[in-house]
Design a protein around this ligand. Structure first.
Ligand code: CA
Length: 222
């Protein structure tokens, strides 16, 4: 993938570029928001690794402008550890994922790989796990031929899980992706919504609990 790295700490930018090159990608690094916007306007990137804390235009503003121009490409935000509000703001602005700093380079490479595998979300496309499909344009969910009625939140939660079958999401991660404001959510809510989704999706169960960690979706025998 062609990847743009936006990171003002040059040694970190160099390390990220080296790790991504080694993983077979084609990265380019810039060190501030202005330069990032210039690059993106010149040539398309498949993915942008975007630090939030940048001199001048910060990462949020870069993200806002990219999305306002409908520039495609996935965005992985680099956030401060524990900064829940930053993560929620980033996801609301249209980031695809985030990674709290400091991180291990292999974790970054794994996240980049996962983002590369994700379905491009174009009208007419649908997500599928086992015999469950979710139409990204209409939000209709079917299990086999049977239509399943979900509330908007249940639908959003299912979509997050279905984008990455097999990935284990913690309750906190699911909260941040599905509920808009940090003050609105509570990890107990996730348990309640997972319970409802399971009931509506029926048997055999597709959503699995990973003890002491969280939830994942996948084929019953996978
Ligand atoms: Ca920074």
């Amino acid at each position: 993938m062609r990847i743009l790295i936006v990171e003002d700490e040059r040694p970190v930018a160099r390390q990220i570029a080296a790790a991504l090159t080694e993983a077979g990608h084609d990265p380019k690094a810039v060190h501030d928001g202005e330069a990032a916007l210039d690059e993106v306007n010149k040539t398309p990137f498949d993915l942008i690794v975007l630090d939030i804390r940048l001199p001048g235009i910060d990462g949020f503003e870069v993200l806002r402008r990219l999305r306002a121009q409908h520039l495609a490409g996935r965005v992985l935000l680099l956030t401060a550890r524990g900064a829940v509000e930053d993560r929620v703001t980033g996801l609301q602005l249209g980031a695809d994922d985030y990674l709290p700093k400091p991180f291990a380079m292999r974790e970054l490479v794994a996240r980049v790989r996962a983002l590369g595998r994700r379905y491009p979300e174009e009208p007419g496309m649908s997500l599928r796990v086992g015999d469950v499909t979710l139409d990204l344009a209409t939000h209709d969910v079917h299990r086999g031929a049977q239509r399943i009625e979900l509330s908007p939140r249940e639908n959003m939660l299912l979509k997050v899980l279905m984008r990455e079958p097999g990935r284990v999401f913690t309750r906190t991660e699911l909260c941040e992706r599905v509920w808009e404001h940090a003050h609105e959510y509570d990890t107990k809510l996730v348990e309640v919504f997972i319970g409802r989704l399971r009931k509506k999706l029926g048997d055999p169960p597709l959503i699995h609990t990973v003890r002491h960690v969280g939830y994942t979706i996948g084929n019953p025998k996978a």
